[in-house]
Design a protein around this ligand. Structure first.
Ligand SMILES: [Zn+2]
Ligand SMILES: [Zn+2]
Length: 177
């Protein structure tokens, strides 16, 4: 799931883009109501983030009016439209900075099951539906993750190289000004 880095008083904060449409406003203090999809004061919108589902991986586009003063990576988007890419900086004149990112975190979740038996990427044994496991967000392989079978955290990295530390957080965080 994509997220938006928002710069606040306590540093950078990653907010999941759980809805399909977000407003970005030029207010001093960014406020996000997740689910209601609003950043900043209502009526103060400078740009909109809109998602289009392209076969399971949503594409996020920013739409801004020409007079809004919105810049993507320092440039005014042509025709006020920009499809967002990894680590794109969104800046609103007189307002906060944002960064767009698609980095996913590995978390322990229940294995939902699949049509065919899925085998663990570490121990090669089947993973039962409902069993706690980790889905590698980098390569898409499932691993057991229980007290008896800590297959995800057994090694320092997944076979694809993704670190398996469950508390590591995001590998990329925007730099402070
Ligand atoms: Zn296993
Ligand atoms: Zn992996």
């Amino acid at each position: 799931m994509a997220h938006l880095w928002i710069q606040g008083d306590a540093g950078w904060d990653a907010r999941k883009l759980t809805g399909r449409q977000f407003a970005l406003a030029a207010s001093e203090i960014p406020r996000v109501a997740v689910g209601e999809t609003l950043v900043g004061r209502s009526g103060d919108e400078a740009a909109w983030l809109i998602s289009a589902d392209a076969g399971g991986s949503p594409v996020w586009a920013l739409v801004a009016s020409q007079k809004s003063g919105v810049r993507i990576n320092g440039r005014v988007p042509p025709a006020g439209l920009c499809v967002l890419g990894e680590r794109d900086e969104i800046r609103i004149e007189g307002g906060p900075r944002y960064f767009f990112s698609r980095e996913l975190l590995a978390t322990v979740e229940e294995f939902p099951g699949a049509e065919r038996t899925v085998f663990c990427g570490r121990c090669r044994q089947p993973i039962e539906p409902g069993a706690p496991g980790v889905y590698c967000p980098n390569c898409g392989i499932w691993y057991h993750q229980t007290a008896e079978l800590p297959c995800w955290t057994y090694a320092e990295t997944c076979s694809c190289g993704k670190p398996t530390d469950l508390d590591a957080g995001f590998s990329w965080v925007p730099e402070e000004d």
